[in-house]
Structures are given as C-alpha cells and as structure tokens.
Ligand binder design. Structure first.
Ligand SMILES: [Zn+2]
Length: 261
C-alpha cells in the first residue's frame, strides 16, 4: 500500500505517529544529504541534525501547513529552505544584491542564469551539469562569463563573490515573489517533461527578469538530485529519531484501516 507524501503531511499536521514515522524514515536521509552539502564541516555533528528535526517538528514552523497540493518534491523543498535558514551563514565580506545581479547578468539566458545561480547554492560545475543537462565545461564557461559581467558592475569583486553571498541572495530571492511568478508545479512540469513549448517560452522570458523564479527552479532541480537514490532508514536506524521527536512506535497492522484516500 502506498502512503503518499500528501498523507504524510496531513498526518504530521494532525500529529499522528504514522506521519512522523514515515517522515523520519524517508526524509532524515535526505536532510542528511543536504547537511553534507550545505555544512560539510558539520556533517558529523549529530546535534545539528537533531536540532533541524526538532525545529521541523514544531507546529509553529509551519512546514506541514501547505497551500499547494503537497507532493514529495515540494515538501523536500520546504524542508531545505528551513534547514538552510537554521544553518545560518556569516555575512559576506563583499556584498552584492539581486538588483546588481539583474543589471550585470542581463545578457544571460534562463539556463545560463540557473548555471550562475547554482553557484550561490554552492554547487560545482560537475554537480550542476547533470541538473541542467549541459556539460560541466559549459557551466564553467557560463560562470566565468557571469563573473566578468558582475565584475564590470561592482566596485570590489572577487571570484567567490556569488558563493559567499549565496545565503543572503537566496533569502532575498525567496522573499521576492511577484504577481507573475510561477508555482512549483510549473517547474516540476519542466522536470517531468510535461511542459508545452509555448509555456517554456513564457517561462524563459519570466526568468530573465525574476531571480525569485530562478531560485525556485534551481531548488526544485536540487530536490530531484537530493531524492535520487536516497534510501529510507531501517526500523533500527529510525528508533533514535522517533525517541528524539517523541513519536510512538507505529502499529503497523492498523496503518491503512482508517486511512482512506
Ligand atoms: Zn518570478
């Protein structure tokens, strides 16, 4: 019997052990992978993972209050946002804002913008290539070009400017949704190959002026990558996390009896 992410979100919202048990088993490994990427120096710090999980568990975090139909990739994107916010980041020595980035990167196409934006998310060209379905060399070239374009617009510059400003730029982009911005589904449709050519054209145009959507799109591609090949925790591996979150052991036989659709 398939227990969907939609059901999990609903059950966690209602604070039912079924929901939390599923969350722990399927999403702790994904959060771990994200921690390894965003805080490699703290990847061995069990306290950090525990802190993130406890934060997610708090109702006021609102992660299970969804206005969109919660499918798995949407949900993981929410978790990722919360996790990155919890990690915090030192302020960049040289700061850059989205307005400057917009002015500098005006000549870039949608995919080129994504290649540049992934640098703010800390992904190497070798990691980004498969996500954008281009070669690592192409990503590298686009980034060099983007770096030169930015250099021409700012007073002080260094090659790591985008990466160092990543957390701040990510926050600014996430907060900057406009009336024409696209829903998560629009990006997932592209990922799933369900987008008509005309819609794709419209998306290209919109993303040329909207970092909120560039960021959103990149984060959905990231989520696909985080979920790929992720293995759920075993029963034994789940036990300490259930204890941490105060989740009762599931009564397996009764799982679906009252569930319904
Ligand atoms: Zn937008």
């Amino acid at each position: 019997m398939i227990y969907t992410c939609y059901e999990m979100v609903r059950d966690c919202r209602a604070d039912l052990p079924e929901g939390w048990t599923h969350f722990i088993s399927y999403y702790v490994p994904v959060i771990r992978r994200a921690v390894v990427h965003y805080a490699p120096e703290r990847a061995g710090d069990a306290g950090l993972l525990d802190h993130i999980l406890v934060t997610i568990r708090k109702p006021e975090t609102g992660i299970f209050q969804s206005s969109e139909q919660p499918e798995e990739r949407w949900f993981v994107a929410q978790v990722r946002q919360l996790m990155v916010a919890e990690l915090g980041a030192p302020a960049a020595e040289i700061s850059i804002d989205l307005e400057t980035l917009t002015a500098a990167l005006e000549p870039l196409t949608m995919t080129e913008r994504q290649a540049a934006w992934f640098e703010t998310m800390g992904y190497s060209p070798a990691q980004v290539g498969p996500m954008l379905r281009v070669s690592a060399e192409t990503v590298e070239k686009v980034r060099d070009r983007a770096a030169e374009l930015i250099r021409g617009k700012v007073d002080s510059w260094r090659r790591t400017l985008l990466a160092e400003n990543g957390p701040a730029l990510g926050r600014e982009a996430a907060a900057g949704a406009g009336p024409d911005c696209l829903p998560t589904k629009a990006f997932l449709d592209v990922v799933d190959g369900r987008t008509a050519w005309r819609d794709r054209e419209m998306m290209d145009r919109h993303l040329r002026t909207c970092w909120h959507c560039v960021d959103h799109f990149c984060r959905m591609l990231e989520v696909v990558q985080l979920l790929r090949g992720s293995q759920p925790l075993s029963e034994a591996e789940s036990v300490p996390f259930r204890a941490l979150l105060g989740v009762a052991a599931p009564k397996r036989s009764g799982w679906k009896r009252f569930g319904g659709g």
